[in-house]
Design a protein around this ligand. Structure first.
Ligand code: GLY
Length: 433
């Protein structure tokens, strides 16, 4: 059995690790991710380096290697139609087609979906496609002293949302930022101006075959660069989930309500003729009036997907087949009833500016012996145990689970401090609740 993972992030490392437990792993990635390269080699598979958005090349690679099933769970490849191209080659594949993934790559469409299924779960928002309307939209949205949020409509790698207060000093800066998106034509060339909601955030990672939806524990992401949620918004610096499935601020009825909204969104897409399998990572605010949708991601979250893969105790290739054939059920997704913690180590310049490569050493064997999984992301192996960062991004994640959250947290940080040497940075307050 040959399985293919597309992408090279920590999320793909975690998925690949599960896929390699019961199949020969193939990988199509943008750089040689050390976790995936080792898994490929250990299982007798192969990898290719290329553009992970080059849908036709990926389909050709899968076909020429007689891949039995593929998994695509990364935003840019999904927008680029990698699932569509694999389907056209007759390769069984898990992940939404480009039109299914529109719920992520077009935030205006996403807000329309919420308006159809549960309008009260949308914050107030105005879609703005030209600069002429931007000042009025910001002024409307900020009446009654509300602060506003500017969201590019298209994909920005988790770095595009800017909030007046933490990221932008005032409405004038919000106007400058919004108009720069519109005039550049990048990230969809349009923005959504939203009211700022002040409530704790959580994510639901709904796994689905398009009909059946399985809900794991809620996860909490840390999408700001520095401790105390200071600094710029980033791809998450870490995440946690708790035994029992809830979070310290999240009650059962809000969790179940958010699950229902997520399930309704998946079914709405499928009823509209869009193909959706895999995972919907849905972000919510837990407000006093109930859950409000922040955004939908048409794939596992990163880092939140690492929590789920760390808790997963089944056969992920079986799950992939069940998702592909419309035969998913709860029993296929057994999860340890424990708490889980993920911490990312990043380049010092991450989310700030372009930087130079950073060299670091990491003793994966000691991490593993201590019960902590290591998932490489934007890093390559220079020699055994010696690594270098690729670009200015998240380099490597550490994850574990334990019955008590504090124990999982202590284990992850203890391992990071004892097995890594180099100048990578990480938040020290992940899962400190
Ligand atoms: N953690 C949110 C995301 O994966 O985009």
């Amino acid at each position: 059995m040959k399985s293919l993972i597309v992408g090279h992030g920590g999320r793909e490392s975690a998925l690949g690790m599960r896929m390699a437990q019961s199949s020969t792993l193939y990988a199509f990635m943008g750089h040689v991710n050390p976790t995936l390269a080792h898994l490929v080699s250990d299982t007798g598979g192969e990898y290719a380096i290329g553009d992970v958005c080059d849908a036709l090349s990926i389909a050709d690679y899968a076909s020429s290697n007689s891949v039995d099933i593929a998994m695509v769970s990364s935003d840019n490849p999904l927008e680029a139609g990698v699932v569509d191209a694999l389907q056209a080659e007759g390769i069984p594949v898990v992940g939404p087609t480009r039109d299914g993934a529109e719920i992520e790559w077009n935030k205006a469409f996403s807000r329309q979906v919420v308006s159809k299924i549960e309008p009260t779960a949308n914050p107030q928002y105005i879609l703005v496609r030209d600069v002429e309307g931007l000042a009025d939209a910001i002024s409307d949205m900020s009446r009654d002293s509300r602060e506003v949020v500017i969201k590019p409509v298209g994909l920005t790698g988790g770095k595009g949302v800017k909030v007046v207060g933490p990221h932008l000093p005032d409405n004038e800066a919000a106007y400058e930022y919004g108009s720069s998106i519109i005039l550049s034509g990048q990230a969809g060339g349009a923005v959504i101006v939203e009211e700022r909601l002040d409530a704790p955030e959580f994510t639901i990672q709904a796994m689905t075959d398009g009909k059946k939806v399985v809900f794991p524990p809620a996860t909490y992401d840390y999408p700001y660069r520095y401790d105390g949620d200071s600094g710029p918004g980033t791809g998450g610096m870490g995440s946690y989930s708790m035994a029992g499935g809830l979070l310290p601020f999240l009650d059962k009825s809000t969790y179940e309500h958010a699950c229902q909204i997520t399930e309704d969104a998946i079914h709405y897409l499928v009823r509209s003729g869009r193909h959706f399998t895999g995972c919907m990572n849905a972000g919510f605010f837990a407000t006093e009036e109930g859950p409000k949708v922040i955004e939908f991601n048409s794939r596992f979250g990163d880092p939140e997907g690492l929590n789920i893969m760390t808790l997963f105790e089944g056969d992920w290739v079986d799950v992939m087949y069940a998702m592909h054939h419309g035969k998913l059920n709860d029993l296929l997704i057994p999860l340890a009833g424990e708490s889980s913690v993920v911490v990312y180590l990043v380049s010092p310049e991450y989310a700030l500016k372009q930087g130079n490569p950073h060299h670091f050493s990491l003793d994966n064997g000691r991490a593993s012996a201590a019960g902590v999984s290591v998932y490489f992301s934007s890093a390559c192996e220079e020699s055994p145990g010696q690594f270098v960062t690729v670009g200015t991004s998240r380099a490597v994640a550490f994850a574990t689970c334990a019955p008590i959250l504090a124990d999982a947290r202590e284990r992850v940080y203890g391992v990071i401090e004892s097995v890594v040497d180099g100048s990578l940075e990480y938040r020290k307050d992940i899962a400190l609740v």
